[in-house]
Design a protein around this ligand. Structure first.
Ligand code: NAD
Length: 516
């Protein structure tokens, strides 16, 4: 088999690619406003109640209406998933992996179309959407190969014992609930769904309420690739109505969650409670928020640092769990760096991402807009505003890149996840102090160190406590198979999506021994 290699990103400087993307966008625009059903056991179900998915760049534009599942539909989906599990769990690994490879090929052929849906439903710029689609393809290619390797390597791990024939096998768990966030509406949804499925499980996929249409497009691609009925059941809905019900259900064997700390902790507690009829300890995988820092050391090039910070903090309006929201800079370059980042932030063009010259688009919805602007108000009391601080939700949900200087490490905007284009600066006198400040939140997801000092990099390698540590580069943009992704502490269970151990989370090892 051809080894896994990450999907190349589209070069949008090439006019042919620009045209191909524009054509895909025009096609998708023709399809706006359609209605999408649930998919349970392969059947389309229209419940007559809908999520209205809107374009965050232009809130009057309806992207699509998606049927909402209630508790009855969750019960039906669980039954369909357990029925499908009987055959899917026994399907040869190579055939399950083939479903992923075929789906990757389908998405690759219609790459710009998938990206265009994200541009309209999630407010991603062309380049950010293209990277999201490429990552979805990567997860399909990578987990397919990982599962084949896992099945092959199993027996090699054992120590031979004369007189016995011993085997191990990684078998699936059962039916799982897949609960992804909206911010990587294709990549994370695909990764979380197909990792469980390729390992032989069947699932209920409850997409985020903000981005259900693109999730439906994934389900269509899986079906086109030949996925049997009931393997992935598509059950969007109001989390307040079906979320707790699904996670707390006795027939759910595992929960794969990516989202906020608050929701993750709540679901962890719910999943831990054994209820009558439940025959297992539910497996709970949770990847949660971040409060990611870039440390800038004495002597580092200010221009390079400023560009790295702006890219990490304001790409996709800072709506990445890995986005930089804190800068911890040495006093020798602090003032110059703050000024340069403020300049670059002010030059950022914010607007409807259909305009290719826009630097960053909207935030996802009214709730996010309110949360981010309320943190900007808090920031005014905690630091010195040097860029941004303005926002408008008249047409879409736009927040200008915002920079606060002179913020104390224990300030709220230095401790709490804002999930928007807001970055706070703090000044330190030594590298050791910088790392201490960097480690002083509940989170531990990503972090970057910008330094020319090898001893300092070695110090950070040991002391900077984050799941994904980067040296002399941005703190976003983990690539499947290259940078296994997941955080420490309140950032989650460190599942390391896109890493060599990830599939183990959706399997259990069976050991069979026969006396010869
Ligand atoms: P969120 O916690 O609001 O929602 C995540 C998912 O949980 C959604 O599908 C939502 O509908 C669902 N949900 C909410 N309440 C529920 C309940 N009671 N029962 C069941 N499901 C429920 O998060 P979000 O706003 O969608 O995403 C942003 C968050 O995700 C940020 O905190 C970000 O840092 C985090 N995130 C983390 C990673 C990572 O890999 N660590 C990646 C992307 C995003």
């Amino acid at each position: 088999m051809i080894p896994y290699r990450p999907e190349p990103l589209t070069d949008f400087n090439n006019p042919a690619n620009q045209e191909a993307f524009a054509a895909a966008l025009a096609k998708v625009e023709q399809e706006l406003g359609r209605t999408y059903p649930l998919v349970i056991g392969g059947k389309r179900i229209d419940t007559g109640r809908y999520i209205e998915s809107i374009n965050p760049s232009k809130k009057a534009e309806l992207v699509g209406r998606v049927a909402m599942a209630g508790k009855d539909e969750i019960e039906q989906a669980l039954k369909a998933a357990w029925d499908a599990y009987r055959t899917w769990s026994r399907m040869p690994v190579i055939e399950r992996a083939a479903l992923l490879f075929k789906t990757a090929a389908i998405i690759r052929r219609r790459k710009h179309e998938f990206s265009a849906w994200m541009l309209l439903e999630a407010g991603k710029s062309r380049a950010e959407a293209d990277a999201d689609t490429a990552e979805a393809i990567d997860f399909l290619e990578y987990y397919g190969r990982q599962m084949i390797d896992l099945a092959r390597r199993a027996d090699d791990l054992l120590t031979p014992l004369s007189g016995e024939d011993n085997h191990i096998e990684y078998i699936p768990l059962g039916v799982g609930a897949i609960i992804p966030p909206w911010n990587f509406p294709l990549a994370i949804v695909t990764g979380m769904t197909v990792s469980a499925v390729v390992a032989g499980n069947t699932v209920l996929l409850k997409p985020a309420i903000q981005t259900p249409v693109i999730a439906y497009k994934l389900v269509e691609a899986l079906e086109e690739a030949g996925m049997p009925a009931g393997v992935v059941n598509f059950v969007p809905g109001d989390p307040a109505e079906i979320g707790d019900f699904m996670v707390g259900h006795k027939d759910v064997r595992f929960i794969s969650f990516t989202g906020s700390k608050q929701v993750g902790l709540h679901l962890n507690e719910l999943a831990a409670k054994q209820i009558p009829g439940q025959r297992w300890i539910k497996r709970f995988v949770a990847e949660m928020g971040g409060k990611d820092a870039i440390v800038v050391d004495e002597g580092y090039d200010v221009e390079m640092a400023a560009k790295t910070i702006v890219q990490s903090a304001f790409g996709f309006s800072g709506q990445k769990c890995s986005a930089c929201s804190r800068v911890i800079a040495h006093e020798s370059l602090y003032g110059e760096l703050v000024d340069r980042v403020a300049e670059l932030a002010k030059a950022f063009k914010v607007g409807d991402v259909r305009d290719a010259s826009v630097g960053t688009g909207p935030v996802i919805d009214q709730k996010a807009f309110e949360k981010i602007t309320s943190y900007i108000e808090i920031g005014r009391g905690e630091g010195r505003l040097v860029a941004g601080g303005t926002a408008s939700n008249e047409v879409g949900f736009f927040v200008n890149p915002t920079v606060f200087a002179d913020v104390k490490p224990d300030a709220r905007i230095m401790q709490e996840e804002i999930f928007g284009p807001v970055v706070a600066f703090t000044k330190v006198r030594s590298f050791e102090e910088a790392i201490e400040v960097a480690n002083s939140t509940d989170f531990g997801l990503t972090g970057s160190v910008l330094s020319n000092n090898r001893e300092h990099l070695a110090y950070a390698r040991h002391h900077f406590h984050v799941g994904n540590l980067y040296f002399n580069r941005k703190c976003t943009g983990a690539i499947v198979g290259v940078h296994p992704f997941g955080g420490f502490n309140m950032s989650g269970t460190d599942s390391k999506a896109g890493g060599p151990d990830y599939l183990l989370l959706f399997t259990q090892m069976k050991s069979v021994s026969e006396l010869l």
